[in-house]
Structures are given as C-alpha cells and as structure tokens.
Design a protein around this ligand. Sequence first.
Ligand code: PHE
Length: 453
Amino acid sequence: MDERHQFGGRLGFILASAGAAVGLGNIWRFPYLAAKYGGGIFLLVYVIFCVTFGYTMVVAETAIGRITRQTPATAFAALTQNRLLRIGGWLNAIVPLLIAPYYSVIGGWVLKYFVAYLTGQGAALAGDTAFSAFISSPVEAEIYFILFAACTLGVIYLGVRGGIERVAKMAMPLLVVLALLISGYICTRPGAGAGIRYYLVPDITKFSYKTLLAALTQMFFSLSIAMGILITFGAYMKREVGIEDATFQIEIFDTGIAVLAGFMIIPAVFAYSGGDANALSSGPSLMFVTIPKVFASMAGGGFVGGLFFALVFFAALTSAIALAECSVSALEERLHWSRSRSTIASFVFLVALGSLSCLGFGPLANVRIFGMQFLDFFDFITNSVMMPAAALAICLLITKVIGLERVAEELEFGGQRFKLRPVFNFMIRWVCPICVIAVLIFSIASMMGLISL
Ligand code: PHE
C-alpha cells in the first residue's frame, strides 16, 4: 500500500474512525437498549465490556489490518489456508452490506424528523401515534429512506468525502454541546430524577443473560467491531501511530456519546411518560417518540428540534457512508467495476434490501422471519449471529495464525509500550472466544424459539 493511502497521522485515524463509530448506534440504539434491559445494570455491564472485550477486539482488528495491509477478506486469505477462518474473513466483509440498508431506513426516519422541524411541523410529532403512523405509511417512509440512501451514495459518487468530513467535524462537537444542553434541560424536569436513578443505579434484580447479550452485541455495533471496518482502517494506519492509544481514544469518545444520549432519552421517558414500563421497553421507536415530546414542551423547541435532528442526520450520514463505502469498494476491487457502476449497483442493492425493512412496518407487517419483522431480523442476524462468528474468526486468526508475539511486536513498534498486553492476551485467548460462542448459542436457541430475547 503506498503512502498516499495512509492516514496523515494519529488525528486522521482517530477522526476517521470516530466519524464511522459515532452514529445511530450511540444516539438511537444504545438508549433504547439501556431503557429496555434494566437501565443502570445495562450501563455498568456495557462499560465493563467496552474496556475489556471492546478494547481487545479493536486492537486485534486494527493490528490485523496493519500487519497485512489488506482488506478483510483478502487479509484472511493472505494469512491462512483454513477454510473456516477464510469464511470468517468473508463474514467481516459481508456484515456492513447487510447493515447499511436497515441503517439507512432509520436514517430516513431521522431525515423525516429533521424536515418536519425545518418546515414548522415538528409539534405534530409529539403526538402518541405520529411515529407509528409515519413508519407504517408505505409511501412516505419509503421516500425518506430512498432520499437518505441517495444522500449517502451521492456523497460517495461525487467524492465529496472531504467536504462531508469537514462538516462532520463541526457537527460532532456541536452535537455534543447540544446533547449536553438538552440532557441538562431534561434532567431538570419534574419526574426526571427517577429516570436518572434508573439509568445510573444498577439494580441487580434486573440482571439476566439478556442484559449481557444486549450489551455485548451493542458494543459490537457501536465500536464497529467485526465489520471489517477496523481492519480496513488498520491497513491505512502508519506504523508510528500507537494502536493502543488510538483505541482508548475511540472508545472514550464513542462510549461517552452513547452515555450522554442515554441522559437525554431515559430521564425523558420518566418525565414525560412517568417511566411507564411499556414506553421503556418500546425499542427502536423510543427516540422518535420521547424526544419530540421534550421539544414540544420547550420554549423554542421547534428550532432546537430542527438543530438536533440535523446533527443526528450528519452523525448517521457519516456512518452510513463508511458502511456503503464497503460495498462500493468491494465491487471495484473484486469485479473491477468503475466507481460509478459500483455506486449505482450498491444503491440498487441498498434500496432493494432496505425496502424490506422499511415496508416491514407497513404493507409487509405480517411477514415474519423467525418471528421478527424485517428490520429486527437484519439487526439480529448481523449483530447476534454473523458478527460474533466473525469475531471468533478474528480471535482465532490472532492466536493460531498471527501469534500474540507478532501482535505485540506491531504494538510496540518504535519503542511504544503495549500497556495492557496481559489483559489483551488473556481476553483474546479465553474470554472473547468463550463469550462470542455463548452469544452464538443463545442466538441460535432464540431463533429456534427455545428462549425469548
Ligand atoms: N458504529 C456505527 C454506529 O454506532 C455504525 C457503523 C458500523 C458505522 C460500521 C460504520 C461502520 O452507528
């Protein structure tokens, strides 16, 4: 790989991976899982996973990328003849292709909310049925989804990534400031205290294996683990850049934003819906139902609502671009297609597959796969089945093929210190493989209807 394809330095690497890492996973997915799976106990388990498991996987993937200087599927193929491991490499490459479509459906919901606030229609979204009416409307939801997908692939096609990254760099800090202000407002509403307690104080009686599974799969999604992304980033990373320090920074940033988003959404459920158990466990719709109620109660809420959804839109867009870029570059590399042909083919694929998830709330509501709606199914099959399997392949590639010594050598390049080396070695040898195998077993059991998640 020549110099031009490397990140300028540490900051470039961190910003690029932070832009991909921070997205709907942090702002939309994390709070609804925390609300559903026990609040404080979920938060605690999540943070513990991030600093142990997450750290190990991010280091492992980045190291694979930097050692091989290849993309996921070819990196595995370059290192091993083992068929099963090679399939693991392919899984890493396929996951983003399956996530990008449903991710864009949620992106479409965000876009709709942004447009509604922009055109002064925001107040209507605070109604209890506004969100369900919108997602079940086949035409409107589909239009916003296609618009979001067009923005994503439009940026890739026009090659305006530089521009969008500049916007995202401004949008991200703004999002943090706005999230701080909004959560400050929400946390001081009457009744919000119970929500803060629910979110921060672990209640052991709410702990079950479901808490572990939800936290673990969310961590994969949010840190972009087992999606080939970090392998690709590692391949572009200069050897002078410390993998370990970069990992810490990405984790702190990504987890910090998720925790902050929880402070916006969970206390709001308590302040505006009295902590109703149904509202807490409502899942994907949570952000779209509670947040408009907050804006409706605020002076100037229409303006703040517009700004908020604009920023979430940018966070979602930068992540969607990273996801869609995987399929565009795969087509260019594998089939030697031109950029425009690859972009158009990816767009068609994205719209076709995403439409299933989108229409799954409307005309296709009766179609269930293993008892799930399309969007839930795609989310489940990627996060709970394919990503754990891909992660297992990564662990095995590191321990059985590359070797822990070689990884240490990479991390200690140029006299750098590999501070958590014993933790890394223990995790990658034992804890990570055992946990991902457990996730796989539970997921398959739930698909077969033996347990309910
Ligand atoms: N991690 C992103 C999020 O939290 C999702 C994503 C995964 C983005 C992989 C890019 C690549 O929203």
